[in-house]
Design a protein around this ligand. Structure first.
Ligand code: NDP
Ligand code: MG
Length: 358
């Protein structure tokens, strides 16, 4: 049988390398191409393990990206580059692929309506990779009243609130449950990641904001729940390992990946989010209905997190920077991806000014 062809955008990252790991274990799939940004050494190592795959640096040869996609026309594209840049690449890839396995959550948060239109126009399948969304995707059926996604609480979940302002990057980068890239690990500690994920779920499942609950679930075993109108709640559980949802996005509707472990259930806890501990999460209420505001929200966080990681601002300044940017930015609703790019730039400029970090 012909193998299914796969291309990874952002192969040198956390999702990218775990996708490679899955591909090594799955029969019937073949890596034909990948992009990296700046990690040339790792890209060369990947090339030596997958000698038939073509590679492209999005830092050096960004303008060649669409030709690269056109030349390879992968059946499945894993979109695993981060941020607004990752959205643009996922968006550009759509005409050249049949399935978009989407890890980059910013694509739906910033560009949801544009991305979904393009997906429909080119009849591409959109399969979520983000673990909570993969969970909901596997549970979804007619008659949904509401859904819930879970959060680990991040690295500082047990810190007294008054100490959070002293947290250093090294404290924040120790994630208790998942192993991920730096940006998303900081976003887990502030709960910005969950703000993005609620909007990602709104777009993916066309469910209103008010019908998406978030629980802090320390054990990291339950990832999503759907509440059905007859009183039933369906729950998705697995070990917290991104290779499981990555594999499912490749093999769906089949389950071909073998994973050796199940969660060991003992006590399971679920708590509502505290506004004092996670103020940034609650800003999502203000931006949720506008793609432009969501884009500004995201851009401001990208700059604020960078400033925090570089020691320019404190941990609890991250939400303050984001709030200032979304309050002060002057925007109208985007009519195109170009409009979003303008908003993204302007929000970055404002955030740079506020943090004096770039
Ligand atoms: P990483 O930072 O680990 O990796 C990012 C990858 O994208 C690397 O290959 C990097 O290349 C490349 N990259 C970095 N900047 C750019 C850019 N400007 N343009 C193009 N490519 C770039 O991130 P993660 O793998 O953690 O996350 C990737 C995406 O997946 C994010 O959107 C994240 O929110 C989402 N996600 C991640 C999860 C996780 O568990 N990690 C879970 C759910 C979603 P290089 O290293 O060569 O410079
Ligand atoms: Mg997630």
């Amino acid at each position: 049988m012909e193998k299914r062809t796969v291309l990874i955008i952002g192969a040198t990252g956390s999702i990218g390398t775990q996708s490679l790991d899955v591909l090594k274990k799955l029969d019937g799939f073949k890596l034909i191409g990948f992009t990296y940004h700046s990690n040339f050494d790792l890209a060369m190592k990947i090339k030596s393990e997958f000698p038939n795959a073509k590679m492209l640096s999005t830092k050096k040869d960004l303008e060649r990206f669409e030709d690269f996609m056109d030349e390879l026309k992968p059946e499945i594209t894993i979109a695993a580059a981060p941020g607004f840049a990752g959205f643009e690449l996922a968006y550009k890839a759509i005409p050249y692929t049949k399935r978009l396995a989407l890890a980059n959550k910013e694509a739906l948060v910033c560009g949801g309506k544009f991305l979904k239109k393009r997906i429909r126009d080119y009849r591409v399948e959109l399969i979520p990779v983000d673990s909570e969304h993969s969970a909901i995707f596997q549970l979804i059926e007619k008659g949904i009243e509401k859904i819930a996604i879970t959060a680990s609480g991040g690295a500082l979940r047990d810190w007294p609130i008054e100490n959070l302002k002293y947290a250093k990057p090294s404290d924040v980068l120790k994630h208790p449950v998942w192993s991920m890239g730096k940006k998303i690990t900081v976003d887990s500690a502030t709960m910005f990641n969950k703000a993005l994920e609620v909007m990602e779920a709104m777009e993916l499942f066309e469910i209103p904001f008010e019908k998406i609950d978030v629980y802090v679930h320390r054990e990291g075993m339950i990832h999503g729940m759907v509440f059905l109108k007859d009183g039933t709640v369906k729950v998705h559980a697995s070990v917290a390992d991104m290779r499981i949802p990555i594999a499912f996005s490749l093999t769906y509707p089949d389950r071909l990946y073998e994973f050796p472990e199940f969660p060991e259930f003992s006590s399971l806890t679920f708590k509502k989010l505290s506004k004092e501990r996670y103020p940034i999460f609650f800003l999502s209420e203000y931006v949720k209905d506008s793609h432009s505001l969501r884009t500004a929200f995201n851009a401001a966080d990208e700059i604020a997190v960078k400033a925090f990681l570089n020691g320019k601002i404190g941990f609890m300044d991250i939400p303050k920077v984001v709030e200032k940017v979304i309050e002060n930015i002057n925007i109208s609703e985007a009519k195109s991806v170009e409009d979003l790019k303008t908003t993204d730039k302007e929000a970055r400029r404002l955030a740079c000014e506020i943090t004096r970090s770039c």
